[in-house]
Design a protein around this ligand. Structure first.
Ligand SMILES: C[S@@+](CC[C@H](N)C(=O)[O-])C[C@H]1O[C@@H](n2cnc3c(N)ncnc32)[C@H](O)[C@@H]1O
Length: 213
């Protein structure tokens, strides 16, 4: 569901999302704290569970999570992947001199290549925008993770209101609770919770799971 007629392929989704962030990148950090809940929580939870050395954030956007990742995991190497040039340009300003690699691409294949696999793959309000492509992204994350590594997903889950689902669809977000069953099936759940936002207008989810072959 992209909200853009004729944009139903993964390449079409990528183009539509890229266009969307040409404007939204300018107001992203100012506005998103009012509704992208749970990002601080999931990073705190991760810090209590593991000390990853190699971290991948898929759909890292403006790098909003980078300072917290650096705070909790100061020795880790961070890799951020995103398809939006404008979002990555803002992320780059936040990480000057840091132990970090930024890649501009749509995430549908593993990115670790011949390098070491990651200990943590984070999707923070990203997967719900991969429509189509979220299943491939979960598969790619599995491939990108070392055995015993963690996947962490914080994202929109579902809403009882059709008007809200439609509104979110027009903003490229699919809100059908579709991410969690697949995450549970693929990874061994460590934390798996849904939380109501704004009195239940929508719920978001936090999932942390471990890769075991
Ligand atoms: C809502 S923002 C989240 C940014 C950041 N993770 C955060 O928590 O603030 C979603 C990001 O995912 C990126 N994105 C969407 N589809 C993507 C895809 N197929 N591959 C890589 N990045 C994608 C967008 O460009 C955008 O920067």
């Amino acid at each position: 569901m992209s909200g853009q007629p004729g944009e139903s392929s993964a390449a079409g989704q990528a183009r539509a999302v890229e266009r969307y962030y040409q404007f939204h990148s300018r107001i992203y950090d100012l506005t998103r704290w009012t509704f992208l809940f749970g990002r601080g929580t999931i990073l705190r939870q991760l810090a209590g569970l593991a000390a990853p050395q190699r971290i991948l954030e898929v759909g890292c956007g403006t790098g909003r999570n980078f300072p917290d990742l650096k705070k909790w995991f100061p020795r880790a190497h961070l890799t951020g992947v995103d398809l939006s040039e404008q979002m990555l340009a803002i992320a780059a300003q936040k990480v000057q001199g840091g132990n970090i690699t930024l890649l501009r691409q749509a995430y549908a294949e593993p990115v670790h290549g011949r390098g070491e696999a990651f200990d943590l793959v984070l999707f923070s309000y990203a997967l719900s925008m991969f429509n189509p492509g979220w299943e491939q992204a979960v598969e790619a994350a599995w491939e990108d993770l070392a055995e015993g590594g963690l996947i962490a997903i914080v994202d929109f889950s579902h809403t009882p209101f059709q008007w809200f689902r439609r509104w979110m669809g027009a903003n490229h977000v699919r809100m059908e609770g579709h991410l969690w069953p697949r995450a549970r099936q693929k990874f061994v759940p460590v934390i798996d919770e849904r939380v109501r936002a704004y009195g239940g207008v929508w719920s978001y989810g936090i999932f942390i799971g471990r890769k075991h072959s």
